[in-house]
Design a protein around this ligand. Structure first.
Ligand code: ADP
Ligand code: ZN
Length: 750
């Protein structure tokens, strides 16, 4: 008898099951087991042993799912790494790693079967057995070619395709035989061919791609990346916006695919997958597989299963969760816009950073990794400076394009001089007009996070807040309601102040909606599109807006953070940043780095073809160092100044931050528990512990939230820190009083 350690998608350790050898189950296979008395679920076989575990009752593995294992030995090591580093169970990793439909569960076995999916299949054809030799086929063709030339031609085509694949007995995908269904049906009726359904086989034989010619600077960068990879290093490609990083990726991708190895290209956000996929598809026709959360559950499940049975040579473009897709022969992982905070999973656990996981995967799989950005994260820069990563810089834009002119426009001065209309300085309006009259386009950026339109009573200062989340409600004009951006709670916009009962409620702050409305009034002839969370609810809606702007059917695009994500619009010559102040004042030690990144990325949308672009930054603090760094485009000056501050205060990259979030409905109980935990931690970590404090978001869905921060200096053992932290948490969790307090751990919190 064999025994298996099986991972179940739970926050619990592994369970042992017995394994009947006739099931032919191996490590990495998905299997069905009974868990509890009335639950059947999917588990992954983690290891096998002949030794009987010391449990009185061991249940059997009921059956195996799928014909290929879902988790390779390398993926097992990745999952283990994540569980250890981010302090969760392997079951919790499984929960995020496998798409829902690939791990069915149900209350009965029949129900589970109904919920199971199979890898997607397609029809394959082979000649009937008697005709699978040269001689027999030739005899047949000679006999029939005069009377039925089409039929014999098709059969010769099938034979040729089969021979290309290694022999006349090979089955070839039906889609490669370019004839109509009736014709195939007739061959089948005459018993000349055999048909069968089998998992879709991606055609990966074509490897002579037509690649863009690289500029000298790009070629140089490519060689430097190769050099770094040859030395076993991750390459950090720091290329200004419009320098053609994508073209360099394309060369690396082509080479990797030609070797029959897999490529994973990570992007921070769904919305840029489509633009990038289109660009890659033009070169790698039919090769790309997309993966993100907007795909239907069925698509995600089938994609996962198809890749699990692939033999390599796949090109996958996806968001952070794509790091969990099965890859048989990973050769290259590209992390585009590597500085982007979206690579970090916020909830649920494991709170992994896909960029950092790509680096771990390079060690596990021996794959090459490229991290690309116009504004690298200070963490990656520090790794490059220390020599851990190969640092490759591309300082020029590709072709004739030059970097835009940056104009800092003082809002206070504009008001004094009567040069401000609503939220626009005259300077910005003039530049927009200049672009439009030259037949060019403009982009207007308004940061929404933390600066949404809210209403406030001008008499008593009251503004409506969410009763569940304690955050200001945002006004939505279309519905005329106030809405909570965390939980969705909403109420009608009050006309009278609910607090002092005076009718003096005024709209404060402004969002993209307001900007679009104002610019429409100021420049009535302009055609305006808006791109933000409200207008791009579906991928279709999003694409429609992007296409309209890209094809010149709109003149001005107003948008939020979405605009910063690597768009390549040719006609834009003016970019306006409406309010830089709220970027600079975010309560976060990364505020300066983030503000710089955001402004540089938005600015990067200007003048990407021939005409020099202009970026107008409106701010009341024109002398702020970050504004100066943006104005001069001086990334290294920003980095040096920031790194000095981070070092002085012991922030990343000079430390690792672990954030503990504690939640409970009872405020007092929560804070007692938080003080108990902070106390237990101080005994072990001393001054490295900060807090507890109320979380930035004090209340969410009826629960109070408190936070404790732990700073572990770079160079200290994280493994030891985790052990000590686990002990401190266990002590508090072991106290009956605090049993109901929820504690979650965020390692390398952003
Ligand atoms: P980045 O990602 O670095 O901001 P892109 O890769 O989007 O820059 O390139 C900017 C523009 O320049 C794109 O329109 C791209 O097609 C063009 N481009 C860059 N390099 C080349 C090249 N070698 N051949 C042709 N076009 C290029
Ligand atoms: Zn709420």
């Amino acid at each position: 008898m064999l025994y298996a350690q099986v991972v179940l998608p739970l926050a619990q350790p592994m369970y042992s099951f017995s394994l009947d050898e006739s099931l032919a189950v191996e490590v990495g296979d998905a299997v069905v087991v009974q868990f509890g008395s009335s639950r059947y679920c999917t588990g992954i076989v983690w290891s096998l042993t002949t030794e009987r575990p010391e449990y009185p009752r061991i249940k059997p593995i009921l059956k195996r799912l799928y014909s290929t294992p879902l988790v390779t030995a390398e993926a097992q090591r990745l999952w283990e790494w994540i569980a250890e580093y981010y302090m969760c169970t392997i079951g919790e990793v499984m929960r995020v790693a496998l798409p829902a439909l690939a791990k069915p569960s149900a209350t009965t076995l029949t129900e589970l079967d109904e919920r199971s999916i199979e890898p997607p299949t397609e029809t394959f054809i082979a000649l009937t057995e008697e005709l699978r030799t040269e001689e027999s086929l030739e005899a047949y063709v000679n006999k029939h070619s005069r009377k039925a030339p089409r039929r014999t031609a098709t059969m010769e085509r099938i034979a040729a395709l089969a021979a290309e694949r290694g022999g006349m007995d090979r089955f070839v995908p039906r889609r490669l035989v370019d004839v109509e269904t009736q014709h195939i049906a007739e061959l089948k009726r005459r018993a000349l061919i055999e048909l069968r359904e089998a998992p879709i086989e991606a055609t990966h034989d074509k490897n002579d791609f037509l690649l863009p010619t690289l500029s000298a600077a790009q070629q140089h960068a490519l060689e430097a990346i190769d050099c770094g990879h040859a030395a076993g290093k991750v390459a950090l490609l720091h290329g200004v916006t419009g320098s053609g990083k994508t073209e360099i990726y394309i060369h690396l991708i082509a080479r990797t695919l030609a070797e029959g190895r897999d490529v994973l290209v990570l992007v921070p956000e769904i919305v840029i997958t489509s633009q990038l996929v289109e660009r890659l598809e033009r070169i790698f026709e039919g090769r790309t597989t997309t993966y993100h959360s907007r795909l239907t559950p069925l698509r995600r499940g089938e994609t996962f299963l198809r890749l699990a049975s692939s033999t390599g040579g796949e090109l996958i473009v996806g968001v952070r969760s794509a790091i969990f897709l099965p890859m048989r022969r990973p050769g290259l992982i590209v992390v585009d816009e590597e500085h982007d905070a979206n690579y970090k999973q916020v909830d649920p656990t494991p709170r992994y950073n896909a960029r950092d996981m790509a680096v771990v995967m390079s060690r596990i799989y021996g794959a090459n990794v490229v991290l690309g950005s116009a504004t690298p994260s200070l963490e990656s820069l520090a790794n490059a400076m220390s020599g851990k990563y190969a640092y490759v810089e591309l300082k020029e834009r590709w072709g004739e394009a030059i970097l835009p002119e940056i104009i800092v426009s003082d809002t206070i001065r504009a008001v004094k001089r009567n040069e401000r209309k609503t939220h626009f300085n005259l300077e910005l309006l003039q530049n927009i007009n200049r672009s439009l009259s030259a037949g060019e386009q403009a982009i207007l950026f308004q940061n929404r996070r933390g600066y949404a339109p809210y209403i406030q009573c001008r008499t008593c200062g009251y503004s409506p807040r969410c009763p569940h989340c304690n955050v200001t409600l945002t006004r939505h004009k279309a519905s005329d309601r106030m809405e909570c951006h965390y939980c969705g709670y909403n109420m009608p916009t009050p006309k009278m102040c609910p607090n002092c009962e005076v009718q003096d409620m005024a709209l404060m702050g402004f969002g993209t909606e307001k900007v679009a409305e104002e610019i429409a009034r100021l420049i009535p002839e302009a055609r305006i599109e808006r791109l933000d969370g409200d207008t791009s609810t579906s991928e279709r809606a999003f694409k429609r807006i992007v296409t309209r702007f890209d094809s010149g059917e709109a003149d001005i695009l107003v948008g939020t953070q979405i605009l910063t994500k690597g768009f390549d619009f040719g006609g834009v010559t003016t970019v306006g940043i409406l309010n830089a102040d709220n970027l600079l004042t975010m309560p976060d030690f990364r505020a300066s780095e983030r503000a710089f990144q955001l402004m540089m990325q938005v600015a990067g949308r200007a003048g990407r073809r021939n005409d020099r672009g202009r970026v107008v930054i409106q701010t009341s603090q024109p002398k702020h160092p970050v504004i100066r760094f943006v104005a001069t485009g001086d990334y290294h000056a920003m980095a040096n100044s920031e790194l000095a501050e981070r070092q002085a205060f012991g922030y990343p990259p000079y430390s690792h931050l672990i954030r503990l979030l504690m939640r409970h409905e009872d405020y007092n109980l929560l804070h007692h528990a938080a003080h108990a935990l902070a106390g237990a931690m101080r005994k072990k970590f001393g001054v490295r512990v900060m807090g507890p404090v109320s979380a930035a978001l004090e209340m969410l869905r009826g629960e109070h939230r408190a936070e404790i921060l732990l700073k572990i200096e770079a160079g200290a053992s994280m493994k030891r820190a985790r052990t000590l932290l686990r002990e401190a948490i266990a002590a508090v969790e072991g106290d009956a009083k605090y049993k109901t307090v929820k504690i979650s751990i965020d390692v390398d919190a952003l």
